[in-house]
Design a protein around this ligand. Structure first.
Ligand code: ATP
Ligand code: MG
Length: 489
């Protein structure tokens, strides 16, 4: 008969292997923030100091803290059974995050916790690892820890030292650059992943604050709900067993209409396009985003679409979450509904997208530029019927008309289409053709008026329409209107 043979994992090999689960600095820190949020913290601070003798990264919270027995239990790999039902507010699942996230970046992990002023602590140091014996700290050792003075009466600080992966072997200025760049990724990641906690929109929870070296992380809403041009489609619910999964589709405004901070977040159009897709939240925490789960390819037709999907932690099993909590695949019923939602959305987001293109050329009755579609080709040409051109023609000797038309045809033929396309698609905000200098604007308005009406009275309404069509005064309509009121009075 087979006999049982006790075979615990080798502490040294297992902890070494677990270092390579693939956490980035931002996913590792987010995993620790999950713990702080689960402990009802409202204030979370990250301190990163790599210039001191022993580079240190600390995550401090004002959550409910742990007593010594709980700190020791927290240091255990597999501290809780993933099959155990968790409370509704708990962002944990595997009983691993604290250890795996920390060891992905450091070789020495210290946890100090305080409840009503009474402190306790424990430490794993991979350099001194002795089987699975964890070091439980004495009070004098606790008092010597970095950043313990940031503690209130109750809370927890997690200290990472021996940060062998943070600066990628670089020193001095290069190291500081690498670390600062990583911290800016951390900020971006946290502002998105925890945006609903940061904005305080989660029911029954206080707003939380996260600071990185004293600098507050602001919530970033991927649906740009504050932007009045965002469209919110009807919410849908799918039942998985007895649990509701709520799906909320949005159609974002064209990327050139994002606010400055929204646009900064996406940086450019390719970022904006790659962020289309489903946004999956577990208990309000964003787990995965920017994916259509192969239901449709990411492309122009769906680029403005985002679907917020909310599921509770009781459905973990069905969503195949990974240890790093950076992946979650919806169960079949949800994917099927998502497919239907995408079909509805594509129809709409195409409207938003095309709508803008057409508007550009239909805004005025007599535009300067006209778009022709003929023989399967598209051609842009200057509208010779435009009042400004007509008025110039009227004053030119007939012999010169041919030269004028040649000039206009040549301007149209040499339009730098590729360059415009490339600039506009990557930096829509920076492409601006109209002058902004006030004196120049008034001069041009006067020039336009005399070109059109000479010294005659002129029609203010017609004038304003032509002003609009020239696009010379875009963004300066107030000045143009004032000029028209005053000079045509
Ligand atoms: N900042 C904290 N405040 C209070 N308790 C904490 C804190 N960090 C960890 N703990 C306790 O330690 C336990 C282990 O944390 P760990 O992150 O390893 O696992 P988990 O959160 O349970 O699951 P997961 O692996 O999904 O993160 C937690 O369940 C919690 O009880
Ligand atoms: Mg955790």
């Amino acid at each position: 008969m087979a006999r049982p043979h006790y075979l615990p994992p080798s502490a040294a090999s297992l902890t070494a292997s677990l270092r390579d689960l693939g956490y980035s600095l931002e996913t590792a820190i987010a995993d620790l923030i999950d713990n702080s949020i689960s402990a009802d913290a409202t204030d979370i601070q990250i301190f990163c100091d790599v210039s001191r003798g022993a580079p240190t990264l600390v995550i401090a919270d004002n959550g409910h803290g742990m007593n010594e027995g709980e700190v020791i239990a927290a240091m255990r790999h597999g501290s809780t059974d993933p099959r155990k039902k968790r409370s509704l507010n708990d962002l944990g699942r595997f009983g691993l995050g604290l250890k795996t996230a920390s060891f992905s970046h450091c070789r020495r992990l210290t946890v100090i916790s305080s409840q009503n002023g009474s402190r306790c602590g424990a430490e794993w140091n991979l350099a001194l690892l002795d089987d699975w014996y964890v070091s439980v700290l004495e009070s004098n050792e606790i008092a010597d820890q970095p950043f313990v003075d940031t503690f209130g009466e109750t809370g927890t600080i997690v200290i990472w030292r021996d940060l062998d992966r943070l600066s990628e072997g670089e020193t001095g200025q290069k190291r500081d650059e690498i670390v600062n760049e990583k911290l800016s990724f951390v900020e971006r990641h946290l502002s998105l992943v925890f945006h609903r906690f940061l904005s305080g929109e989660i029911k029954g929870r206080k707003k939380i604050s996260i600071r990185i070296n004293g600098h507050a992380v602001m919530a970033f809403d991927p649906f740009c709900r504050k932007n009045f041009a965002t469209q919110m489609l009807p919410e849908e619910t799918v039942w998985v067993g007895d649990e509701a999964v709520v799906m909320q589709p949005y159609i974002l405004p064209h990327h050139s209409r994002l606010s400055a901070s929204e646009y900064d977040f996406y940086q450019d159009r390719s970022d904006f396009i790659s962020n289309q897709g489903a946004y999956i939240y577990r208990n309000g925490r964003l787990m995965a985003w920017g994916d259509w789960f192969r239901l449709v390819p990411k492309g122009e037709a769906t680029k403005l679409a985002r679907v917020q999907i909310d599921f509770p932690n009781s459905l973990d099993e069905a969503w195949t979450i990974d240890i790093k909590k950076s992946r979650a695949r919806p169960p079949r019923a949800v994917r099927e509904r998502l497919r239907q939602i995408i079909q509805k959305i594509t129809a709409r987001s195409v409207v938003v997208y095309r709508g803008r293109g057409q508007k550009l050329f239909q805004e005025t009755q007599a535009p300067v530029w006209e778009r022709y579609v003929d023989h399967g080709g598209i051609r842009y040409a200057i509208n010779l019927q435009h009042p400004l051109i007509q008025s110039v023609e009227a004053r030119l000797p007939t012999d010169d008309l041919a030269s004028l038309h040649m000039l206009l045809d040549s301007i149209a033929a040499s339009l730098p289409v590729e360059m415009i396309y490339s600039d506009y698609s990557t930096h829509p905000r920076e492409v601006s053709q109209a002058p902004t200098d006030e004196v120049e604007i008034i001069e041009r308005l006067k020039g336009l008026r005399s070109a059109l009406f000479g010294d005659g009275p002129g029609d203010p309404q017609a004038f304003m329409q032509i002003v609009r069509s020239t696009r010379l005064f875009d963004g300066q309509m107030d000045t143009a209107e004032r000029f028209t009121r005053e000079t045509f009075a």
